[in-house]
Design a protein around this ligand. Structure first.
Ligand SMILES: N=CN[C@@H](CCC(=O)O)C(=O)O
Ligand SMILES: [Zn+2]
Length: 411
């Protein structure tokens, strides 16, 4: 099965194989070809070039992209897409003046979602989650990381991870699974933190390892949640099962968590709304990708990750949605890119690099996703006719996607 896309106004994010991430000033460049063609055979990109060199391909389905831009699908490296029910009452409570912390202290927040999740069957959870996954695929997401973390019991965490596995088997989108048992302390462990971490280490992790249900391990390293020391214990335990860390850190407070994550060679550190100079120093010349979640900042009115300070310091940066029922009930990467440009002062070039190639890196998929490269997965967005790719973040809130191809399949 072959697809030949012709007359592409601009083909974005063309890279040689082996470019795994972009840092600092490199992020300002977004290599492209104008008046181009792109060939897809089975699930792979097998060729591209200028229209003068367009091949004859008798058996290919031809898509004429006159006036349209083609770019790699979004790589959303941080989501909690598997959850049960919604938390719209908390949304209204926040409008009426309560903070995220106050809502959590009243039994809302993560524990509210955990209660609903433990009441739902695996099939119910799968049905709710597949609807969200189908929605984000239509919005151009071709690779996604999904976390557990609303079970907080052995059975609940396994149920979430089994649903993620079923999603991976049912859809062409690339899916990475992250175990986030350390998302919050269940009420019965409020005064017994080490007891809950023992449960994670001695019961959850071995069960997850046995079924091979996770690729990464996460923890909510934050004042009032998991301390630096507690998170270090979790990162250590994850290593025994081959799970590299991707950690929620610096969402509300800076408590030297980033340096601890770097020390454990975390693949990514995510949120970073509150970042001090020591945090930036700790990230320099490391393999750890900082990940910003601007629609979370937007939705719960917290500071935006200081992208300009970080890029000026030479750091890389990825963008992701944080899709979850509490702080970001949206999996729309187009809105993430627009918000990064509007609120974090990233240029469209930087934001698209952060949402494609660097996003792929932040979930260990840079060999197969995140750029137009021969041999990579054929997962691309074809836009509606647009003036230039600047229109994507400029026309925020409009859907400028004409069609999406994921792993060679036109949705
Ligand atoms: N901060 C921790 N976890 C999620 C929110 C979880 C929730 O409120 O349900 C986040 O990334 O924002
Ligand atoms: Zn999150």
């Amino acid at each position: 099965m072959a697809i030949l896309i012709t007359n592409i106004k601009e083909l974005l994010q063309i890279r040689e194989a082996g470019v795994t991430k972009l840092s600092g000033a490199e992020m300002a460049e977004l290599p492209s070809l104008k008046n181009a063609w792109l060939l897809i055979e089975d699930d792979l990109i097998t060729g591209f070039g200028r229209m003068e060199t367009c091949p004859e391909y008798a058996d290919a389905e031809i898509i004429d992209a006159t006036g349209k831009t083609v770019l790699p699908t979004w790589c959303d490296s941080h989501t909690h897409l598997v959850y049960a029910g919604n938390r719209e009452q908390e949304f209204v409570d926040r409008i009426n003046g309560l903070s995220y912390e106050e809502i959590a202290n009243r039994g809302g927040g993560i524990l509210n979602s955990a209660k609903r999740l433990n009441e739902a069957t695996e099939d119910e959870l799968f049905e709710q989650s597949r609807t969200r996954l189908e929605e984000v695929m239509q919005l151009g997401t071709g690779a996604i990381e999904i976390k557990s973390g609303y079970g907080l019991t052995v059975e609940g965490e396994l149920k979430m991870l089994r649903v993620i596995k079923r999603l991976r088997e049912a859809y062409p989108v690339a899916i990475k699974a992250t175990f986030l048992g350390a998302h919050a302390f269940p009420t019965e462990f409020k005064e017994n933190h080490s007891g809950y971490i023992d449960l994670i280490v001695n019961e959850m992790l071995p069960a997850i390892g046995k079924e091979n249900l996770a690729d990464y391990i996460d923890a909510f390293l934050e004042t009032g949640y998991f301390s630096v020391e507690e998170t270090e214990r979790i990162m250590e335990a994850g290593k025994k099962y081959g799970l590299r860390a991707k950690i929620h850190v610096n969402q509300f407070t800076a408590i030297n968590g980033i340096a601890a994550c770097v020390k454990h060679n975390a693949l990514s550190v995510d949120h970073l709304e509150v970042v001090n100079d020591e945090d930036i120093e700790a990230l320099k010349s490391t393999e750890t990708m900082p990940v910003a979640l601007p629609t979370c900042s937007f939705f719960i009115s917290i500071p935006y990750t200081p992208a300009r300070r970080m890029l000026n310091a030479g750091l890389p940066l990825a963008l992701a949605t944080d899709f979850n029922p509490g702080t970001t009930p949206s999996g729309n990467m187009n809105l993430v890119v627009a918000t990064a440009c509007i609120k974090m002062k990233m240029t469209p070039e930087e934001a698209i690099n952060a949402a494609t190639l660097n996003g792929a890196y932040a979930m260990g998929l840079s060999k197969t996703h995140g750029s137009i490269t021969i041999g990579k997965q054929a997962s691309v967005i074809i836009t509606k006719p647009i003036n230039s790719f600047y229109e994507l973040p400029y026309s925020f809130g409009s859907n400028l996607i004409d069609s999406v191809i994921i792993a060679g399949k036109l949705l």
